[in-house]
Design a protein around this ligand. Structure first.
Ligand code: DP6
Length: 326
């Protein structure tokens, strides 16, 4: 039986969105993306390769998972087994640390923590860049959760050159306020949503063109620590992603009425002179990019409408960490 190893990985929110795959098996994206890793949402996962088991076993938040969830993690574990020449099944225990009201399961931190723990338990000890290519095969956004701060997922052209790169530690007064509009499972998964959009949305080609430009500009905003430019590009890129979704056949939308309320409140905060900008992913929750030093003011304003436990402040999260001995 191998030694159990445990890793913590933080979730991330894309400021330049990944939306569409050119290879569904390898998870090669249609465009490069860029995110901020958050410290309030994370997953801790322990992996042990164990010859006494008949098959992979997966416990999430103390509940044994069924076949479908096990298959998802087995695909990632297989990559490590193949490279390391391991034939033993794995025993995997995982805990999602999300503020209770959020109820958000994060595939980004989950798959990154799994890859991180399997990397150590298999004895491979891959460097972070290579590790990000393994996490990618579990879920695209997990590629970026290997690192903290601002992270770019460079789309690359093949399995080995589609990886994450840290751009900046984001230690210059950066934060994010998450507004939980609805914590139920989404009706259209990001996987299905992006696929349908690539196949049917007439706006998709212009999304690719404009997102490449947004990426170049946001990297210069980060370099110059120009918060306004960072926020404006973030807000605009997120809205463009959602526009491609509205243009798909059949058209769909991830927004709920309260998502729009939150967006309006962010605009009002800006009118009051507080720089903050929203973005949304494949679900109704709204994420507000802000100065960490303004986050409490923003939280107070948002909780005039949303209940306090639904408005969560995060600072920048860290790289994945080996917490085996904690
Ligand atoms: C809108 O990484 O969840 O959050 O690769 O199919 O697992 P799969 O999709 P996933 O998609 C994330 C989409 C997004 C934008 C982003 O995080 O970049």
């Amino acid at each position: 039986m191998g030694k159990e190893r445990k890793v913590r990985a933080y979730t991330n929110i894309a400021l330049i969105k990944y939306w569409g795959k050119k290879d569904e098996t390898l998870f090669l994206p249609m465009n490069s993306s860029l995110s901020l890793t958050l410290d309030s949402f994370y997953t801790e996962t322990a992996v042990r390769f164990d010859g006494s088991l008949e098959r992979d076993e997966f416990w999430l938040n103390d509940v044994q998972q069924e076949e479908k969830a096990v298959q998802k993690i087995s695909r990632v574990l297989d990559l490590f087994r193949e490279t390391a020449g391991i034939t033993e099944p794995a025993y995997v225990t995982s805990t999602n640390f999300v503020p209770t009201a959020a109820g958000l399961a994060s595939s980004a931190s989950g798959l990154a923590a799994l890859a991180g723990a399997a990397n150590l338990a298999s004895g491979l000890h891959l460097d972070k860049r290579t590790l990000s290519t393994y996490a990618r095969r579990g879920s695209g956004s997990a590629t970026r959760s290997i690192y903290g701060g601002f992270v770019e997922w460079q789309m690359g052209t093949n399995n080995d050159d589609s990886y994450a790169v840290k751009i900046d530690d984001a230690d210059w007064d950066i934060g994010m306020v998450t507004v939980i509009v609805n914590s139920k499972e989404k009706a259209v998964s990001s996987r299905a949503g992006m696929k349908n959009t690539v196949l049917t949305s007439p706006f998709y080609p212009s999304w690719l063109e404009s997102t490449a430009k947004d990426l170049t500009e946001i990297k210069s905003a980060i370099r110059e620590q120009d918060f306004q430019k960072l926020g404006e590009i973030t807000e605009s890129n997120g809205m463009k992603m959602h526009a491609t979704v509205l243009g798909a056949t059949p058209p769909f939308s991830y927004w709920e009425p309260d998502s729009i309320v939150a967006m309006h409140m962010v605009r009002e905060l800006r009118q009051q002179g507080i720089p903050c900008y929203f973005t949304m992913d494949a679900g109704p929750n709204v994420k507000v990019l802000c100065r960490l030093s303004d986050s409490q003011k923003i939280q107070s304003y948002l909780t005039t409408y949303f209940s306090p436990e639904k408005v969560i402040i995060s600072g920048p999260g860290k790289d994945i960490e080996d917490i085996t001995n904690e």
